[in-house]
Design a protein around this ligand. Sequence first.
Ligand code: GTP
Ligand code: K
Ligand code: MG
Length: 447
Amino acid sequence: MSDPDRDTIAAIATAPGAGGVGIVRLSGPRARAIGETLGGRTLSPRQAHYLRFTDAAGETIDDGIALFFAAPASYTGEDVVELQAHGSPAVLHELVARCVALGARRARPGEFSERAFLEGRLDLAQAEAVADLIAAADVRAARAARRALDGEFSRRVDALGDELLAIRVHVEAAIDFADEPIDTLGGAQLRARLGAAVQALDELLRAAERGRRLRDGLHAVIVGPPNAGKSSLLNVLAGSDRAIVTDIAGTTRDLLHETIRIDGVELTLVDTAGLREGGDAIEREGMRRARGELGRADLAIVVLDARDPAGGRVAVADAIAEVPTRLWLHNKSDLLDKASPLGDDALRVSARTGEGIDALHARLRGLAQGNADAAGEGAFTARARHVDALVEASEHLALARQELDRESLDLAAESLRLAHDALGEITGRIHADDLLGHIFSSFCIGK
Ligand SMILES: Nc1nc2c(ncn2[C@@H]2O[C@H](COP(=O)(O)OP(=O)(O)OP(=O)(O)O)[C@@H](O)[C@H]2O)c(=O)[nH]1
Ligand SMILES: [K+]
Ligand SMILES: [Mg+2]
């Protein structure tokens, strides 16, 4: 239920900068009163009112349209007023200031969507899909986010949750008859149901993993020994001096993320600390982060010094062992006296002269495109958070299955509960407050 004591929040809902039209949005118990004072007339629900927005002295700030959506039939589930004015940043900021003077508070990023979640208008996965839709890099990602927003993902999670609940009820009932062998209590049927749930969860996990790829794009981590030219290549690919480059081995310590587009295909590049034995405490922490980042990588771009590629390969071998795809680069080709033989599918490049950079672009584009194609059509977007929760649920279900086979019903019931909880975290049926803060703070203001 809407809370009558809750703050009323206000924010500019349209993108920063000048535009034809700009919108200020209000949500909360005082939204209507503030809108009516600003516009000088009563507002009826779901009607467009043409009016003048005035300041405290009665002078016109701008003319425009006011819309009132009465709770609960609004985006947030609270009373919402939208003020459409000319898209002048000065006008829109003055309108927000006026709303604040009349008793509203400036909204935090994502606070409208957070309220929509708290009011039960959207579940958590849907609220996240709102942000993903806004940030979608291409049509395919936008469509997929739209499907998640329509609840395609949430419905599958909920259906699975309902099934786990039914299985839990069955197991808990069997616990009460623990003296009897489980097969007289429908054990075979229970096992079959659990088997089917495991399979359904597996399919959902694969779909969510595709959705995550679609949302995040290709995640490429640049690795190699110190001074191979990793940061130099990042700068060449990013088209700007993002990373510090020096001739001192161990220059890069922190991870540096950069999103780039090659012919409309988006990918994330991460520059990392060079891998070697030793180094000071900061450099060792950098290497630890580099290895951690490789654990999330779709692609390792391995940068080696063209004059000694073999030495570099040894230094990175174990760090990239788990990365699904590798791209080998022999950098500093300009320093080679004569062309030395290349490894299987290594590319010879020079961050200094630009040699081989076109071929590198083409290769990256192909890999990013392949990643998007693997996500496929018909998918919904999902986040790493969702994939992690599904993996967790799947681990608990696998345990539950073994425990059931051993007729350890108490343990099976507990594993089923944990699996069920993990699913609940996806849609927010179960959530920690800091999770909400974390999710909604990444939204834009006004959404
Ligand atoms: N000749 C030549 N020098 C290069 C090339 N690429 C990078 N360098 C030089 O190599 C040195 C190291 O480059 P960085 O980009 O800092 O190397 P890095 O791999 O990021 O090094 P760390 O961050 O210390 O691990 C710098 O002096 C660069 O100017 C290249 O293609 N040719
Ligand atoms: K360096
Ligand atoms: Mg570097």
